[in-house]
Design a protein around this ligand. Structure first.
Ligand code: GLU
Length: 297
């Protein structure tokens, strides 16, 4: 199996990132999977070289580095991949220019996101500076299996509409590049936080349009939350890793703290990187991947 850790260098690292690392390296160790590290720095507005440097240094400090033949990579160096994938979608007449602004997106009653209603879908607008590019997604529902959440059905056309692949500033979007890179890197097991579960259906539809035939397996892990239940954010001063390091905590100490905050340990006891597989004793190859469902794809 090939999995990856794909952080975005958009701010200071906090305990939530360490929890994500514990899931990726721990589950991978449990099954002997390969781990790749891909720094998702496609967003030129929000990513900064100093955050990338901090990220690399912190991963090295913990020892969270690629294993079993995995590689480091950096999304900003993959422009040719994204161009080729866009060309493939264009050949199939699936790409269109869009001049809508965020104001034209429809709010949805129960979701944090908004849906694009498709105003520009059939207008055949010229691609000029300031137009975004969207991909015509089929209206299909898509079914997939998540090892923790079980069977999921999503209908991206009702959830978000046609996704943007290149925005008005000419930047690739997360939804597009994550699919292209996972396909290119041979990733077949995605381990990531619950906040990305709603994006999975659209990513699978995009992957299918780009020719993916091998199934992807998912494990969406719980996120660490603040004591009041709100999401831990990069702006949250509660637990930056740099501060914990400054207080003299060791890598094992911080790993143990993150593991306890996300329910993997009853108490924050130091846990060495080499002993992470034990946290996932109940996860076997069978219950992670051999599910009684048909991958509808
Ligand atoms: N880069 C994304 C993030 O930091 C994660 C992408 C993924 O795992 O699919 O939230």
């Amino acid at each position: 199996m090939n999995t990856r850790f794909a952080p975005s260098p958009t701010g200071q690292l906090h305990l939530g990132h360490v929890a994500a690392m514990v899931y990726v390296w721990g589950l991978a160790a449990r099954l002997g999977a390969t781990v790749h590290v891909r720094i998702e720095d496609h967003d030129r507005q929000r990513c900064r070289p100093e955050y990338t440097a901090e990220l690399r240094e912190t991963l090295d400090w913990f020892g969270f580095v690629p294993v079993n033949g995995g590689r480091w990579s950096q999304q900003s160096e993959h422009d040719d991949r994204f161009q080729s994938a866009l060309a493939l979608l264009r050949e199939r007449n699936l790409v269109y220019a869009c001049r809508c602004s965020r104001k034209e997106l429809e709010p949805l009653p129960d979701a944090a996101e908004r849906r694009y209603p498709g105003h520009c879908r059939d207008l055949n607008l010229p691609e000029t500076e300031g137009t975004a590019l969207r991909v015509r997604l089929p209206a299909d529902s898509i079914e997939f299996h998540d090892a923790r959440h079980g069977r999921q059905t999503q209908r991206p056309s009702a959830q978000c509409g046609d996704p943007v692949v290149r925005d008005r500033l000419g930047q690739w979007t997360y939804q597009f590049v994550v699919v292209v890179d996972d396909l290119h890197d041979g990733i077949d097991w995605v381990i990531r936080g619950d906040d990305l579960l709603p994006s999975t259906g659209r990513q699978l539809l995009l992957a299918r349009l780009l020719g993916r035939s091998a199934p992807l397996h998912y494990f969406h892990h719980p996120l660490i939350v603040n004591p009041d239940g709100t999401k831990l954010s990069k702006r949250d001063a509660a637990a930056p890793i740099a501060e914990l390091r400054g207080q003299g905590l060791s890598p094992a100490g911080i790993i143990g703290l993150a593991a306890s905050r996300c329910g993997l340990l009853p108490e924050p006891a130091p846990r060495r990187l080499d002993d992470l597989a034990d946290l996932f004793g109940r996860w076997t190859f069978e219950n992670l991947f051999h599910q009684p469902y048909r991958f509808v794809y």
